[in-house]
Design a protein around this ligand. Sequence first.
Ligand SMILES: *Cc1c(COP(=O)(O)O)cnc(C)c1O
Length: 503
Amino acid sequence: MTLIYQSTRDKNNQVTASQAILQGLATDGGLYVPSQIPSVALDFGTLKNATYQEVATRVLSAFLDDYTKEEIAYCVEQAYDEKFDDAAIAPVVALDGQYNLELFHGNTIAFKDMALSILPYLMTTAAKKHGVDREIVILTATSGDTGKAAMAGFANVPGTKIIVFYPKDGVSKIQERQMTTQVGDNVKVIAIDGNFDEAQTNVKAMFNDTSLREEMFAHHKQFSSANSMNIGRLVPQITYYIYAYAQLVKKQVIKSGDKINVSVPTGNFGNILAAYYAKQIGLPISKLICASNENNVLTDFFHTGTYDKNREFFVTSSPSMDILVSSNLERLIFHLTNDDDVKTAKLMQDLQTTGEYEITPDMLAQLDGFYADFADETEISERILSAYEKDHYVEDPHTAVASAVYQKYVAATGDDKTPTVIASTASPYKFPKAVVGSLTELTGQEDDFELVEKLADLSKVTLPKAVSDLFGAPVLHETVVACADMQSAVETYLEFDKDTKDL
Ligand SMILES: *Cc1c(COP(=O)(O)O)cnc(C)c1O
């Protein structure tokens, strides 16, 4: 039987996995979720010797079950190859008291590559399956890492275009340069005069705009999403939690069946939701530690049951987590209501109209598998320094949030025995100012590119190609628009003013 995906806001809106991937968002504004948790064989006696690709194949075949075996094999092969600079794809590194799961060995040195390396293949395969010959236009809002990873995946993929919006002053200089130097005939990068939440809200609005959808169809195009709202982003992320567990079994840190904790630096709630699904299929996870930076809306939510985005927005050293509206939380809310689309839609309506919603005590009680806390800028910096001093290991600021919050968890609960995996989401080379500034004194005059050299000196880790390639690469994208003009920027790029309609 084929696994059905249903919208969180209308259970009658049902599609298969490949249809969900092609569409991105449900047209009712909801997000697609699996209607049941498929069974995945977790025999770690075998899995401990499996390659990353083999684990991925097993997870994807179960969750994306309307793809054929050959289609999944093709997508996995194309995605997880020499693009990754480590044969393990996602190596696990033992540090003092924790295990860092390095998710930054792909094209753009952030964890978004884990899913965005495969999404273009899943999407174009889905289009072929369904006989869709309209051009697929990927519309993406980025807090810094998704944009580059999505472009790296979709650049020059026939039958697609990709448009990326990023907050002008909300990303690191390296992140910005990575995006503005992107080559490809089908890519467009646009900075907006606003923050990530505004970018994401306007992108969602374009997806849900019926007349724009018709206009797109008339031009023989349709939108899809490369954001973690797309199930094609979430499912591939389940793989690395299973893989990490298998590696710990292999290293005899744990025996099959032993519990681990997972600490995830969280923004849009995609990565930690993948860990939640891993737990649902039976991975022995004790606590899912939801780690936030000073934009700690999720910490408050897990403590009180009230989600309230009406608060000051901080630009921090971990910009990919500078988010006040965590889109994927909607999927967890839906599951907490026992898959009740009406209740979920009501809460999301509350969020839209008042900026807040409150879950019931019963729903809150079901969140006991999570632990939530946040780290401020000083704590992040201190963690970067202490990892360097203890382990001679350099964490990026996002990873340091997860490590610092894990230490708070240990202090609060006394649980220092359960082996804990830290989702290590970016290479420190992406955030040289914050990282080098934590390790040494800065004058404030250094630019990111000088700091990268300094970081190479300090860390003894070779400069990744993703960064060295940026030196001297020409800037190809310089468009900046106001938030209100995002849609017209899309229409201009897609040349709606020219008479390209099918008549
Ligand atoms: C996107 C991102 C995050 C946040 O992940 P979510 O899935 O949005 O919660 C954390 N760290 C880095 C480096 C990221 O790029």
